[in-house]
Design a protein around this ligand. Structure first.
Ligand code: ZN
Length: 527
């Protein structure tokens, strides 16, 4: 055994049980939020992060990387290096960052804006923005959604300064550069991809938004030029107004969406039974209200947490989470432990590809049993709705990612001006006159999931790119075992043995591109 292999073996012996313990305690705390489970979760996460912060381990990995090694060993060293780097920060800064993040997060959880002197939570704000025709009330609700920004802005700026200090101590320009580099992205390529997305969506978005604005102006009885951010339903305009979607309530009423998801995979030759058996799928008191998939041990213990009811959202979510799960149980089991893992952009792409089926007319007909005539009627509207979602979301990610780069480039800058400049340019919204509140700080991701947002956009690009490939090699994916076999062999099996961008290129025959998403959008809007 070479020295490099010995370094990898020692690291894995140390990290593997800590990962498993952290995963198990995360699962337990989410299926049953007791104080005891929460205490165990925090302890397990601390133990893992302490190991990742170990300077000696980091030095060994750096030395082994410099010495060169066989390809698979080198790949493991790269992955180890990427997960250790962000933790090699002076302890005082690391602890200060963790404390401040936790404090900002809990203020987000507790903060309530006010409308007419009454406290409103996020659901109530969204309800007003969906239902109210009273401009003053809408404006009050929108402004209420931003007051959390003012409450945390100073601390979010401080977090940016601390993260920059940490990044610079490790030789990076700023935190943005560190975060991108340690997630196996290249900053130049990232912005080339974002520019490509900008170019391909600018014109269709402007057209779609002009139509939407005309409808809104009619609804609110005002001129298009008088529309302001509170006239849209989502406080950040990151989602399509519900009127642009298709109501599938009746289609899913009384349906077993877990069985539908399972059958979808089965018909592609992908067995999800072992995942479902370990999963916790239905709403219950004291349980996390969201959904996620977790690979507990990288040896087949893969579980989904969900809160399934019979509707479109949960059909999408079950298809989505099982996409992650199918990926996780599909790694080549003979790969070393460090390589039985996947890059976020590719697993998100796989999950989004499958989740989109819940709004696919062919899937509704073939798997849910909607009659052919009804499915035919729904088809153009569903495609238009998906296209609008993709457009609106892409423009929003352009705002977020460009803003985060500007934030870390200079946390002392006039960030309100930067924010509204980006919102006007990419989302074509008209800023409220004279507004200089820190609205950028009202988005929790800026504080608590820094430099991550572009991953969601990449997931959409990967989903469209994989779909185009499956159309070519398997004639689609619904009821196509060839599609399941292709994904299993070309996408799942290699795990992290190949860098994600190479893997995508090998599987689809081209580097990551926005052109397939752009084509999906164009096709949806053309109908
Ligand atoms: Zn996901």
């Amino acid at each position: 055994m070479s020295d490099s292999e010995a370094v990898v073996r020692r690291a894995v012996e140390r990290l593997r049980p800590l990962y498993k313990a952290a995963s198990e305690s995360w699962w337990d705390a989410n299926v049953s939020a007791t104080e005891e489970n929460e205490r165990r979760r925090v302890a397990a996460e601390l133990a893992l992060s302490d190991a990742l912060a170990d300077a000696e381990l980091f030095d060994d990995v750096e030395a082994a990387r410099a010495n060169g090694a066989a390809p698979l060993v080198r790949r493991q060293l790269e992955l180890l290096h990427a997960s250790l780097v962000p933790n090699q920060v002076p302890e005082a800064i690391r602890h200060r960052i963790v404390e401040l993040e936790a404090s900002v997060e809990s203020r987000f959880a507790q903060h309530r804006g006010e409308v007419d002197g009454r406290a409103v939570d996020d659901n109530e704000i969204k309800r007003i923005l969906r239902e109210s025709d009273d401009e003053a009330e809408r404006r009050a609700a929108w402004e209420a959604s931003k007051t959390v920004g003012a409450a945390v802005a100073d601390d979010v700026r401080e977090l940016a300064r601390l993260r920059n200090e940490a990044a610079r101590s490790l030789g990076y320009r700023d935190w943005f550069a560190l975060a991108v580099a340690t997630s196996e992205m290249d900053e130049t390529r990232l912005f080339a991809t974002l520019d490509e997305c900008d170019r391909l969506t600018a014109e269709p978005f402007a057209r779609w938004k002009a139509e939407t604005d005309a409808r809104l102006a009619e609804r609110f009885g005002c001129a298009v030029g008088s529309l302001r951010p509170w006239h849209y339903e989502d406080p950040f305009f990151q989602e399509v107004p519900a009127a642009g979607g298709v109501d599938l309530t009746a289609v899913f009423a009384g349906k077993d969406v877990v069985a539908l998801a399972r059958e979808t995979y089965e018909r592609m030759g992908v067995e999800t039974g072992p995942i479902l058996e370990r999963s916790d799928l239905f709403p219950r008191e004291g349980k996390c209200q969201h959904a996620f998939c977790i690979d507990v041990d990288r040896e087949g213990d893969v579980r989904v947490l969900a809160n399934v009811v019979a509707d479109r959202y949960w059909a999408d979510t079950m298809l989505h989470e099982l996409g992650h799960g199918a990926y996780d149980i599909g790694f080549d089991r003979t790969l070393p432990w460090l390589l039985r893992d996947c890059h976020l952009t590719v697993t998100e792409g796989m999950a989004i590809l499958m989740g989109r089926l819940a709004q696919d007319a062919d899937w509704l007909r073939e798997v849910v049993g909607v009659d052919a005539e009804e499915a035919g009627r729904l088809e153009p509207r569903l495609r238009a709705a998906l296209a609008a979602e993709a457009l609106v979301f892409t423009r929003w990610v352009l705002v977020m990612t460009n803003f985060e780069r500007a934030l870390y480039a200079d946390p002392e800058a006039d960030l309100a001006a930067t924010w509204w400049e980006l919102v006007s340019r990419h989302q074509l919204l008209t800023p409220p006159e004279g507004r200089d509140a820190p609205d950028w700080a009202a988005k929790i991701h800026v504080a608590c999931a820094p430099v991550y947002y572009h991953t969601y956009l990449y997931g959409n690009l990967v989903a469209s790119q994989l779909h185009a490939t499956l159309d070519r090699v398997a004639g689609g994916l619904i009821g196509r075992p060839e599609a399941g076999a292709f994904l299993g062999e070309r996408v799942f099996r290699p795990g992290q043995s190949v860098r994600w961008d190479r893997l995508l290129e090998q599987a689809t025959g081209e580097a990551l591109t926005a052109k397939h998403l752009a084509r999906d959008i164009a096709a949806g809007l053309a109908d």
